[in-house]
Design a protein around this ligand. Structure first.
Ligand SMILES: [Cu+2]
Length: 106
């Protein structure tokens, strides 16, 4: 029992260490991409995620505040909390959702 638990733990740890969210592919085949506009209200450097208070994304999501994994950049390098931003939201059926191209709105 203990061995199984340890093996599982190692598998999870290795899976995570392999590739961090910031370095995962920016795009995958079959994804849908939506334009996002909102405000950064928080960030999680471990998950490389931003908490965004964003406007409605027509055809996909109402306006709301939620966390989004960021790919292609470290959240530490993105505009400070309180910034109004534009981003691209990538949505897949089985590989989750994430954002890229986070830039301060003009
Ligand atoms: Cu949402």
């Amino acid at each position: 029992m203990r061995t199984i638990a340890l093996a599982l733990l190692l598998t999870l740890a290795c899976g995570k260490a392999k590739i961090d969210n910031a370095s995962k592919p920016l795009s995958v085949p079959g994804e849908k991409v939506y334009a996002m506009h909102g405000k950064i209200v928080g960030r999680d450097t471990k998950e490389n995620a931003l908490t965004l208070d964003h406007q409605a994304i027509p055809g996909y999501m109402e306006a709301m505040t939620m966390d989004y994994i960021v790919r292609g950049a470290k959240v530490e390098s993105l505009p400070p909390n309180g910034s109004t931003i534009d981003a691209k939201l990538h949505v897949t059926d089985e590989k989750g959702i994430w954002i890229t191209d986070v830039v301060k709105s003009p």
